[in-house]
Each structure stands twice: as C-alpha cells, then as structure tokens.
Design a binder for this molecule. Structure first.
Ligand code: FE2
Length: 320
C-alpha cells in the first residue's frame, strides 16, 4: 500500500484529546512528536539510547542479507501463532470467569505486506468476548500514519462484530491517530478507564499513554477513573510502569512493546531488551505483588523485517 496523506485533525478534536489525556501529558506529547518530526537525529526520545540500538539493528539487517538469512527471518515474521494464557485476576466478578480477551499488540501494520494478512488468518474463527490492543500500529516513529491506519481498518473488519475493543497508543503512534482508531471502534484509553459490562457486572479497563518515548503515562489519573474497590486491568504499551501499576492496585497488566526481543538465540534468549523493565517482563505471563501481568511478543516486527526464535503472536486471555 502506497503512502497516503495523513488526515488533518481539527483544533476541536485536539482540544478534546488534551482534556482526556491531561494537559501536562498532552503538551509533553506534542513537544516530543514535534522533536521526532523535525530532528533527524532523534529517532526516539527517552533515556534509552535508541539511536545506538537502531544502528545495531541496521548492522543486523546487513548481516541477514549477507548471510541469506533475511528470507527465513521474513517467513518467521509472517508466521503469526495463536497463544493462550490464563489471566488470574483477584476480585474478578463471577460473571467474567471464563471470559476470553483477545490481545493484539505491535501490529506495525505498514512494516511488511504479509503482516496484516497473517494476523487476519490467525484471528479468524477465534471466539472472544472483548479485545485489547496495546499499541504500535505504525512501523516508523515519524511522518505519515494513514497507511498504518488503513491497514488497521482491515484488521478491524476481520474482528468479531459488536465485541468491545479497548486500546492504547504505543511509542510509534502519534496522538493524531486517535480519532481514526476510534472510528474503527477501538476506544483509545488516554490515561482513562472504562467499564466492560457482562452479566450485570463490570470489569474496568484502564489505559495509559506511552511511557517509553513520550513519558506521558499517568497511572494515577487512569486509576482515579476506576471506582474504588472495582477489579481493574491496566493496558500499557510498555511494561516499564509495572511497579506503579501494582502500587495503584490494578489486578492485571497487559502490555507489549518488547517484541520478546524479536531477534533471539535458539531457545528464545533475546539479544536486545528495548524496555526499561526487567527481563522477566520481556514476554509472556508474569506476576508482581499480586498483579498478574502479560507481555505480548507482538504480531508484527519493526526496524528489521525478520524474527528469529520468537514467533509473533495473537493472544487470548481466559479470565479466572
Ligand atoms: Fe513495537
């Protein structure tokens, strides 16, 4: 799909997003987005030296081509699997026991033409009762995003109709994508929370903006939207804020961002950890202070169109 002009966002839409995100986070987000757009040296802002990581990935891409491994890596990248997880949540209302939550992360939809068809193949025919999306809809961290949005539309049309969908932005996604994502039926949580209702009961889904590049995750603000004592799950792009989430009383934490390392050694040992979080949060299920977490390795890939020993996934959580 060729690059498309990104739709304009009106001042009124922007003001509404500011009110939802919180003014300090809104201003910081726009400032970092501007920096990304205008400074070719700043691939991503943030304490991690991502520039050095990008250089390593470019070297890696060269090695893959030189050794003939690029084709294998690309085939691995398009081999999206279904992964099942049991998510045990303290205080889960009985009406939600056994409910299925589809979790999509790190689509990077415009990275490779094989990604979206592979995701659609993986989700088609699966049963689930709600959907969560933990960010990184776009391949790059700057410039146009309309192509990624159009490809997300293809994914949205393959999802079960009428199923509630809750999303957060990742470090590759501009704030201006929010109206387009919400037009797909994906309610983006900008330091906000909403209830998922089932059988007369509620499970609260809270979501924060991206902590990795933008530093705009406001866990307290998201939590303050949840009624006291209610069972709540926090959506975050990156696992980096796991300790804040546990302290705030969330029963569950769902995230992505790490790609499980994406390029791993046999056995799945990740060569890179791109998150400011311990390695035990790099992939799959984990626990911290009574909070059940899960880090999706993601459905797509970025930087290098390849995966090794780290199969891309779509995830289904069964709630208990
Ligand atoms: Fe990602």
């Amino acid at each position: 799909m060729a690059d498309q002009p990104s739709p304009e966002i009106s001042p009124a839409e922007l003001a509404a997003l500011a009110a939802r995100l919180g003014q300090p986070a809104f201003e910081r987000r726009l400032q970092v987005q501007h920096q990304l757009e205008t400074d070719p040296e700043s691939d991503e802002a943030g304490p991690i030296n991502v520039q050095r990581m990008v250089q390593k990935m470019r070297v890696l891409a060269g090695i893959l081509h030189a050794t003939g491994l690029a084709g294998w890596g690309r085939r691995n990248m398009r081999d999206v699997c279904r992964r099942e997880n049991i998510l045990r949540l303290r205080g889960l209302p009985a009406a939600f026991r056994g409910a299925h939550l589809l979790h999509l992360s790190d689509l990077h939809a415009d990275m490779d033409p094989g990604t979206v068809p592979a995701v659609i193949r993986a989700i088609t025919g699966w049963e689930y009762d709600a959907i969560v999306l933990t960010g990184d809809y776009r391949a790059h961290t700057r410039h146009e995003w309309a192509t990624a949005l159009a490809l997300c539309g293809e994914v949205a049309r393959a999802l079960r109709p009428g199923v509630p969908a809750f999303a957060v932005l990742g470090n590759h996604d501009p704030l201006e994508m929010v109206p387009g994502l919400e037009a797909l039926g994906w309610r983006v949580l900008l330091n906000e929370a909403l209830p998922w209702r089932r059988g007369g009961a509620e499970l609260w889904l809270a979501g924060v903006d991206d902590d990795h590049t933008y530093g705009t995750a406001d866990v307290a603000r998201a939590r303050s939207a949840v009624p006291a004592g209610a069972c709540a799950v926090l959506l975050s792009h990156t696992p980096s804020i796991y300790a804040d989430a546990a302290s705030a009383g969330f029963a569950g934490f769902l995230c992505g961002h790490t790609h499980g390392g994406q390029i791993c050694l046999p056995g799945g040992f990740a060569l890179l950890n791109n998150a400011r979080a311990p390695r035990w949060t790099l992939r799959g299920p984990w626990e911290f202070q009574g909070m059940s977490g899960y880090t999706s390795v993601g459905a797509g890939a970025c930087r290098v169109p390849a995966r090794f020993f780290c199969q891309p996934e779509v995830t289904r959580h069964t709630l208990e």
